[in-house]
Design a protein around this ligand. Structure first.
Ligand SMILES: Cc1ncc(COP(=O)(O)O)c(C=O)c1O
Length: 404
């Protein structure tokens, strides 16, 4: 019963917004650390290397030069041009124009604005399950109905064309894709992506593709962007950002590529909300895109070694199974057998492990956020090798202690 007078009630839409568990676990782990507990966190989804020096220096230079005022709402032309050039080459889209880009404070802001611009009451949006929690939250906020496509262990958590096609109705407005995938690290083959794009085109459905992990690909599955479809302007909204590739999670910088008409609509959200994205951060973005990329080769080699070690050590834990995921920096170990033995929920187990051993992993359910992640943990290997060794030794011990 809501007994507050109507004027004091939150709007119905705002009540649809939900949280992101990874941040809750970050807070829980910080309070344990404050009490003196040693924490090994595999929880947070951010790279551990510093933002490259040339990028930091570009921001400092911009600040010193007084580049601290309002700038154009869809982004400074220099950055929009750099994005257009970069995306044209990287995704093989060929001819993206600066007017077909918008710069926003993070990929999450891009997701919000793109979904809120298109989705309205009763629209169905096909979403990966497990999946990044903001998708469901923003769809519900916009009045839409999330329809989840299940990513299954037996299919290496890959999206299948049939799985998506089975969910399409005459109310389907949008399909959300995210490969490499958070939280499973899965990818899709170019032919699977092509199949979904063809279906969307035939049925007149929008595709929102979140490709923020596009540089974290370890060679087992070929990565292909949706922008390689020559008709992308007709039905694709492409989201990306600087958080993962240049380790800029705290800078808040992301962008959308879409047809010019959509970019103009998205710009209204910027104007009515934050006016523009931070000016000097945009200069850092220009330096990132126009600067050398060889720094990332070493990082990718290192992440691959971390993944392989994590895969080996996790598979050695009794009753735990894990797949060697081909992208992002996540593994999605299955702990169903452990839970069966001890009669705990995934979340109870994750919290117990944190309190017992200080090891943080995010429960697949309710973390990501529907049911398919139940019985799994999201494990981020974005930490040095010695931390992986130590943390997984503790995890191994913890599983043995809890189950015996
Ligand atoms: C799949 C996915 N999309 C979007 C984001 C948000 O990125 P940003 O930091 O640019 O807002 C994240 C961050 O973890 C993510 O995992």
């Amino acid at each position: 019963m809501n007994d507050k007078p109507p004027s004091l009630r939150f709007s119905k839409q705002s009540l649809e917004l939900s949280t992101e568990k990874a941040f809750d676990y970050l807070d829980m782990a910080s309070s344990l650390a404050l009490k003196g507990m040693k924490i090994v966190s595999f929880g947070i989804g951010q790279p551990d290397f510093p933002t490259p020096t040339h990028v930091v220096e570009a921001a400092i230079r911009a600040l010193k030069e007084g580049f601290t005022r309002y700038v154009s709402p869809p982004g400074i032309l220099e950055l929009r041009s750099a994005i257009a050039d970069h995306v044209s080459k990287f995704t093989r889209a060929g001819d993206v124009k600066p007017e077909e880009t918008i710069v926003l404070p993070g990929a999450k802001a891009c997701l919000f604005i793109a979904i809120a611009s298109y989705v309205e009451n009763g629209d169905e949006v096909v979403i990966p399950d497990p999946g990044f929690p903001a998708y469901e939250s923003i769809v519900r906020y916009s009045g839409g109905i999330p329809v989840f496509y299940e990513l299954k262990w037996d299919e290496d958590f890959r999206m299948t064309l049939e799985g998506v096609q089975n969910l399409i109705t005459n109310k389907t407005k949008m399909i959300i894709l995210n490969f490499p995938h958070n939280p499973t690290g899965a990818m899709c083959s170019p032919s699977e992506i092509k199949g979904v794009l063809e279906t969307a085109k035939e049925r007149g459905i929008l595709v929102l593709s979140d490709e923020i992990y596009d540089h974290y690909v370890y060679g087992e599955v070929e990565f292909q962007s949706v922008l390689s479809d020559e008709n992308w302007r007709d039905f694709i909204i492409y989201v990306n950002g600087f958080s993962k590739t240049w380790s800029m999670t705290g800078w808040r910088l992301g962008y959308i590529v879409a047809k010019e008409e959509a970019i103009k609509r998205f710009t209204l959200f910027a104007i009515n909300n934050f006016s523009c994205t931070c000016a000097f951060v945009q200069k850092a973005g220009v330096a990132a895109l126009n600067g050398p990329m060889d720094f990332f080769n070493e990082i990718l080699d290192d992440y691959k070694r971390r993944r392989d070690l994590s895969y080996k050590l996790l598979n050695e834990v009794p009753e735990v199974r894990v797949k060697k995921a081909p992208g992002a920096f996540y593994l999605f170990p299955c702990v169903k057998e452990v839970l069966k033995k001890i009669g705990m929920t995934t979340e109870e187990f994750a919290i117990r492990m944190m309190n017992l051993k200080g090891v943080v992993m995010i429960p697949g359910f309710p973390g990501f956020p529907a049911k398919a992640g139940d019985g799994y943990l999201r494990y981020s290997y974005s930490v040095p090798m010695n931390v992986i060794e130590e943390g997984l030794r503790l995890f191994h011990e913890g599983v043995e202690e809890i189950t015996n």
